[in-house]
Design a protein around this ligand. Structure first.
Ligand code: ATP
Ligand code: MG
Length: 197
C-alpha cells in the first residue's frame, strides 16, 4: 500500500477566504492527496505589526469554511503550541501525528519568496515536499530554493486577501462571495474587523 499523501495548508486565516480554498482544492486534485489539513497559526511572528484575531475565532472560521469538503480538515497543532509558529514545528508535529505519511506543504507565491527567512529553513525540506501556487500580484519563483524541493502549480487566479476582507469589513463594504457564507455570518456575529487594522 502506498503512503498516505497529506497536504498541509498553513496560514493566519484571518479570515480564511476562497483564494485559500481554491488553492487547496486544486493541489488536492492535481497531487492526488488523500487529505488537506488547514493549520491556523498561533501568534504569527511575521505579523507583529498588527493585532491578529483570537486563535479560536480563526480556527472556527476555518472549520466552518472546510466542513463540507470530505478531504479537508483543520488541525489545532499550531494554536495549541505556546509561542510563535514556525513551519518546522508544524511539519514535525503533523509528521508525528501521521506516521509514514508523505507531507506536501502548500504555499502561495508571496510566502514562497520568504522561505529562506524561516527558522531552520533547511530542515523544512526534509519534512515535506513544497508546492508553490500562483497568486495574483506575485511572481512564482523557486530559483532561490533547493533544486527538486518545490513543485510550482498554477491555480485559478482569485485576487482575494484576508487584508482586503478586513479592510472591506471595516469600511462597511460586502465580503459576500469572497469568503464562504458561513464565514460572512461568523464575522458579523463576532463583530470582527469592525475597526481598520
Ligand atoms: P493576509 O492579507 O492577512 O496576509 P492572506 O490572504 O495572505 O492574508 P494568509 O493566511 O496570509 O492569507 O495565507 C495563507 C497561505 O495562503 C499563504 O501561503 C498564502 O500565500 C496563500 N494564499 C492566500 N491567498 C491566496 C490567493 N488568493 N491565491 C493563492 N494563494 C493564496
Ligand atoms: Mg498573507
Amino acid at each position: 500500500m502506498s503512503n498516505r499523501r497529506i497536504g498541509v495548508m498553513g496560514g493566519t486565516f484571518d479570515p480564511v477566504h476562497h483564494g485559500h480554498l481554491v488553492a487547496a482544492s486544486e493541489v488536492q486534485a492535481r497531487f492526488d492527496l488523500d487529505e488537506v489539513v488547514f493549520v491556523p497559526t498561533g501568534q504569527p511572528w511575521q505579523k507583529v505589526e498588527r493585532q491578529v484575531s483570537a486563535a479560536e475565532d480563526r480556527y472556527l472560521m476555518t472549520v466552518v469554511a472546510t466542513a463540507s469538503n470530505p478531504r479537508f480538515s483543520v488541525s489545532r497543532v499550531d494554536i495549541d503550541r505556546d509561542g510563535p509558529t514556525y513551519t518546522v514545528d508544524t511539519l514535525s508535529d503533523l509528521g508525528a501525528a501521521h506516521p509514514g505519511a508523505d507531507l506536501f506543504f502548500i504555499t502561495g507565491a508571496d510566502a514562497l519568496e520568504q522561505i529562506l527567512s524561516w527558522r531552520r529553513a533547511d530542515d523544512v525540506f526534509d519534512l515535506a515536499h513544497f508546492i508553490g501556487v500562483t497568486r495574483p500580484g506575485y511572481e512564482l519563483d523557486d530559483t532561490h530554493l533547493p533544486p527538486g524541493a518545490v513543485s510550482l502549480v498554477e491555480v485559478p487566479a482569485l485576487a482575494i486577501s484576508s487584508t482586503d476582507v478586513r479592510a472591506r469589513t471595516a469600511a462597511g463594504l460586502p465580503v459576500w462571495y469572497l469568503v464562504p457564507d458561513g464565514v460572512v455570518q461568523y464575522i458579523s456575529k463576532r463583530r470582527l474587523y469592525s475597526v481598520p487594522d
